[in-house]
Write a protein that binds this ligand. Structure first.
Ligand code: GLY
Ligand code: MN
Ligand code: MN
Length: 457
């Protein structure tokens, strides 16, 4: 490599390592520490690397909480926050630098650079976690930590917790409780900041563009994975390092399998195809479902079900504004769909009875949406204070995704509709006076879709 090229390359590497120094991450840590108070500590562990086979690993994706608080992207790390600590409120355990390993696997921040590059007040090698953690927890009454998602780390934390208690022997404070970080951190993640809203707009726009290309390139005879490739091609070109979740591309009755990801069948003339795919760009993900006819034309039965799902979705979207209780969105789609299925003679009325007896669940068996952000099923509670649900607030982002599925093996699937599966999903941001549909770039009106299906096939 020529000198100038090498210098550019080094600069690129350094800048990719520098991401975590941002004020944004520092202000999130400060807010979290304010929320949990000076008698608590909070510990977040990086997700472990996952083996794929033999000595090959899945591409590493940092855990969302760690990334949100630090921007740090390496495995084998622990973030420890000690609110009110005079010298080191932000302690980071991380891998030491190692030239041999860095040549194989890429650069590491290392202990010496953790202050400059990540804003850590104190850094230790991860190998010193067992030794240091009990000392650092001394004097704290509680520890915010997610138990149960990383068993080796759980064992480490419980060991440190017991040791801190033993050492204190009642003479000094030591943690007496471990608290799920949901209330403190996940409430912060639930309401998106302006920077996060920008990020969501970007990943949703890329996701929508991917669906557009999917529609344009669809043709009978192509495989589901070819269609997946057309869509994900746009994701990667748009800056995604990966989809935010495995893409679902289900043609024909595969559309009735909610988590279908095999994507290896062929698109048949006359079938419809359901695509649920979203791009993760800069750690935020879109989540879009569109369902369209493979040959560009719905048949009558397909169109009937499509129109009903679309009506349910549009009615639910029209309700969204600050103050709307979350559960009313699902109640709305259930009402429209149940009433529609009764009108078609597929369910027995009256509608109130069908809803009470949940007969619609044979054909609409999932919820209407979920929070969206760094995770596709993002964090945050759906109900508060023992209430049925919580009111929406500006800055919350979620999906609205009703569906109807007539699985071939569900014996009460009506004959004419067997094998039809339709879901329509958009990503919605609650604004001060209503909402913004972040994924409106992906057409869903049948006439609009028909205009473009197959045009670039
Ligand atoms: N793509 C996952 C979901 O829609 O919930
Ligand atoms: Mn979804
Ligand atoms: Mn989805």
């Amino acid at each position: 490599m020529a000198g100038a090229e090498a210098a550019t390359d080094r600069a690129a590497t350094e800048s990719s390592l520098r991401e975590g120094t941002g004020d944004l991450h520092a202000s999130r840590r400060a807010r979290l520490m304010e929320r949990i108070g000076p008698t608590s500590a909070a510990l977040f562990a990086a997700s472990p690397e996952r083996n794929r086979s033999n000595d090959t690993f899945h591409a590493y994706r940092p855990s969302s909480d760690v990334w949100y608080l630090t921007g740090f992207e390496e495995p084998d790390a622990v973030v420890l926050l000690l609110p009110g600590h005079d010298e080191h409120p932000f302690v980071l355990f991380l891998r030491e630098r190692n030239l041999k390993l860095e040549i194989w696997d890429g650069p590491r921040v290392g202990v010496e650079r953790a202050r400059e590059m990540l804003g850590a007040d104190k850094a230790f090698p991860i190998s010193e976690l067992s030794e240091q953690l009990p000392k650092l927890l001394a004097g704290r009454e509680s520890l915010h930590y997610t138990l149960g998602s990383n068993p080796p780390m759980d064992a480490e934390v419980v060991k440190a917790y017991r040791k801190a208690i033993r050492t204190a022997r009642g003479r000094a404070r030591a943690p007496t409780s471990i608290i799920e970080p949901g209330e403190a951190l996940h409430e912060m993640r639930l309401v998106k900041s302006p920077e996060e809203i920008d990020a969501l707009r970007r990943c949703c726009a890329v996701s929508a563009e991917g669906h557009m290309r999917g529609m344009r390139t669809t043709r009978p005879g192509m495989t589901e994975f070819e269609l997946q490739a057309e869509i994900e091609h746009v994701f990667y070109k748009g800056g995604a390092r990966s989809p935010g979740y495995p893409s679902i591309v289900g043609a024909g009755s595969n559309a009735c399998v909610l988590h279908y990801i095999e994507n290896r069948d062929t698109l048949v003339d006359g079938d419809i195809v359901l695509v649920d795919a979203g791009a993760e760009v800069d750690y935020y993900t879109g989540d879009i479902t569109r369902t369209w006819p493979v040959n560009g034309e719905f048949n009558g039965y397909q169109r009937t079900i499509y129109d009903l799902v679309l009506r349910a979705q549009m009615e639910a979207i029209s309700l969204v504004r600050p103050g709307l209780p979350w559960h009313e969105i699902h109640e709305c789609t259930v009402h429209v769909i149940t009433e529609g299925l009764i009108d078609l003679g597929i369910l027995e009325g009256p509608v109130e009875k069908a809803i009470e007896e949940k007969t619609f669940r044979k054909f609409f068996m999932h919820g209407t949406g979920h929070w969206l952000g760094i995770d596709v099923h993002d964090v945050g509670s759906y109900a508060r204070d023992g209430e049925k649900s919580r009111p929406l607030e500006a800055g919350m982002c979620f999906t609205i995704e009703p569906g109807i599925y007539f699985h071939p093996e569900e014996e009460s699937s009506p004959k004419d509709f067997v094998g039809i599966g339709v879901r329509i999903e958009d990503d919605i941001l609650v604004t001060e006076d209503g909402c913004e549909v972040l994924t409106s770039g992906a057409p869903k009106e049948p006439e609009e879709m028909m205009e473009i299906i197959g045009k670039d096939a």
